[in-house]
Design a protein around this ligand. Structure first.
Ligand code: NAD
Ligand code: UDX
Length: 471
């Protein structure tokens, strides 16, 4: 079976870039990305795309209006398609059974029901969203129970492994594409059809085909293992600070072992992003449901260590600033959860700033890509500091690092944006503008601490002490 028309339900961080790249690489396929959110679709159809990703604009502009379309007409998109990606959000449940742990599958279910209701021909339905193991079974039950006669639905699992900030690069040249299917003749036929879509640009040996449940679980497993490496190096960073070992040196020495590898060993203020915490908690919940409490506890520790890392950093800042930050001005450089994205979901900066405000500090924030309103929304979200007035009294959102640093007692690097490196930012001018002693906290290990100490800064770095390496 040859795929001629694809619909993607969900025009978010995954659906948008993924299907834009499919359109870019497969001119013979019509790709329609649909969403219920009118503002998001309008932005995809405008000059200012709703998300920032290096290279995304070029891809979208090259194919939009040719074989790439964005629309809120969900039903038409479904009806025209041979293959439908379901790429809706699957956040952690906020209430009810499994609250704080389990994935909220309401959006998956709504999209699946819509496919069943409006389809007039057979479809391949592909889980692109990250879902708990065996979700495909529920989708299948809904589709089979609601479809009209002579229509057949085959379900595939095709989790997405792109990372934000490098999404286009990852999609253009993926390490692997994973496609799970029921091991029936029809399932395998559908699997081959999707392989041939990717095969327009991804070599066949990078297309891994598995059964449905392995594919669903592999996505959770990959994210859990990546996050586990960060929590491991962050746990070691605490030992480094207490002993005089240097976490960068430890990471390098360990990473040179080809069995370990060097990636995902950068100590930090804590991992953020919409996926790691959510997917690990999902795995924890799944393990608990399967009556595997030891397995659940093992993975839960990865998230607990991440929380500990953030708290530890805040405590180090407060104790360095003579045990009080009341009325002091704290400049926070970076609000996104990592560089090269405007995404702030689960960003460590949110937790840190919340703690600073609760300690009655004044916080000046600068991020090159996060919109002013997004910062206010994140800081006033229920459960953080829901009183907008209180937040507005304590927070100043700045247009540059220099503006944030003006009159600050401490400067905190929260996101590793290149423009914050000491080779790109004029730290001697920053030093002039700050209160003295001028404290600098590097939560991302991007600064040349000895050089900055030479300028007069009091510098503290995660996983390092000033006297590291000395007797
Ligand atoms: P997102 O919130 O950016 O986008 C989801 C979109 O789906 C929203 O625009 C929403 O309006 C839309 N939507 C929800 N229900 C709908 C419906 N019934 N009909 C039409 N549109 C609907 O989310 P995202 O970051 O793109 O993540 C999507 C999925 O991909 C999640 O399961 C996530 O875990 C997974 N994932 C995300 C990343 C990432 O880096 N963000 C990476 C890999 C996998
Ligand atoms: C992650 C996975 O990498 C990706 O495969 C999956 O599809 C979605 O989840 P993402 O969250 O976009 O991608 O970014 P990633 O590069 O993994 O970074 C996640 C967080 O970990 C960021 O806050 C980042 O700063 C932090 N991180 C990453 C570290 O602290 N140290 C590292 O060595 C790597």
């Amino acid at each position: 079976m040859s795929i001629k028309s694809i619909c993607c339900i969900g025009a978010g961080y995954v659906g948008g870039p993924t299907c834009a790249v499919i359109a870019y690489k497969c001119h013979d396929i019509k790709v329609t990305i649909v969403d219920l959110n009118q503002a998001r679709i309008d932005a995809w159809n405008s000059d200012k795309l709703p998300i920032y990703e290096p290279g995304l604009e070029e891809v979208v502009m090259a194919r939009r209006g040719k074989n790439l379309f964005f629309t809120t007409d969900v039903d038409k998109g479904i009806q025209e398609a041979d293959l439908i990606f379901v790429s809706v959000n699957t956040p952690t449940k906020k209430s009810g059974l499994g609250a704080g742990m389990a994935a909220d599958l309401a959006y998956i279910e709504a999209a699946t029901r819509r496919i069943a209701q409006v389809s007039k021909s057979s479809k391949i339905v592909v889980e692109k969203s990250t879902v708990p193991c065996r979700t495909a079974q529920s989708m299948r039950t809904i589709l089979d129970a609601n479809c009209t006669e002579n229509i057949r639905f085959d379900i595939l699992s095709n989790p997405e492994f792109l990372a934000e900030g490098t999404a286009i690069k990852d999609l253009m040249n993926p390490d692997r594409v994973l496609i799970g299917a029921l091991q029936t003749p029809e399932g395998i036929k559908a699997q081959n059809a999707l392989v041939s879509v990717y095969n327009h640009w991804v070599p066949i040996d990078r297309c891994i085909t598995t059964n449905l449940w392995s594919s669903e679980l592999s996505k959770l497993a990959a994210n859990a293992m990546l996050a586990q490496r960060i929590s491991s190096i962050n746990a070691l960073s605490a030992i480094c600070e207490a002993t005089g070992a240097d976490v960068d040196e430890v990471a390098y020495a360990c990473g040179r072992d080809s069995r370990l590898g060097s990636k995902f060993l950068k100590a930090s203020v804590g991992f953020g992003g919409s996926c790691f915490q959510k997917d690990i908690l999902n795995l924890v919940y799944l393990s608990t449901q399967l009556n595997l409490p030891e397995v659940a506890a093992y993975w839960k520790q990865v998230v607990d260590m991440n929380e500990y890392q953030k708290k530890r950093f805040v405590q180090r800042i407060i104790s360095t600033l003579f045990n009080t930050i009341t009325n002091k001005k704290i400049a926070v450089l970076g609000f996104a959860f990592k560089k090269d994205t405007g995404d702030t979901r689960e960003s460590a900066a949110i937790t840190l700033i919340k703690d600073f405000i609760q300690e009655h500090a004044r916080v000046a924030i600068y991020d090159p890509k996060v919109e002013h309103e997004q910062i206010m929304m994140d800081l006033t979200e229920p459960g953080v500091l829901d009183n907008r007035k209180q937040v507005e009294q304590h927070v100043q959102i700045c247009g540059s690092a220099m503006e944030a640093a003006d009159g600050a007692d401490a400067l905190i690097i929260c996101t590793e944006w290149d423009e914050f490196k000491d080779t790109n930012l004029d730290y001697s001018q920053i030093y002039e503008k700050m209160h003295k002693p001028a404290f600098l906290f590097d939560g991302r290990l991007i600064l040349d601490a000895p050089k900055l100490r030479g300028m007069g800064f009091k510098v503290q770095v995660i996983g390092k002490t000033e006297l590291a390496g000395t007797a």
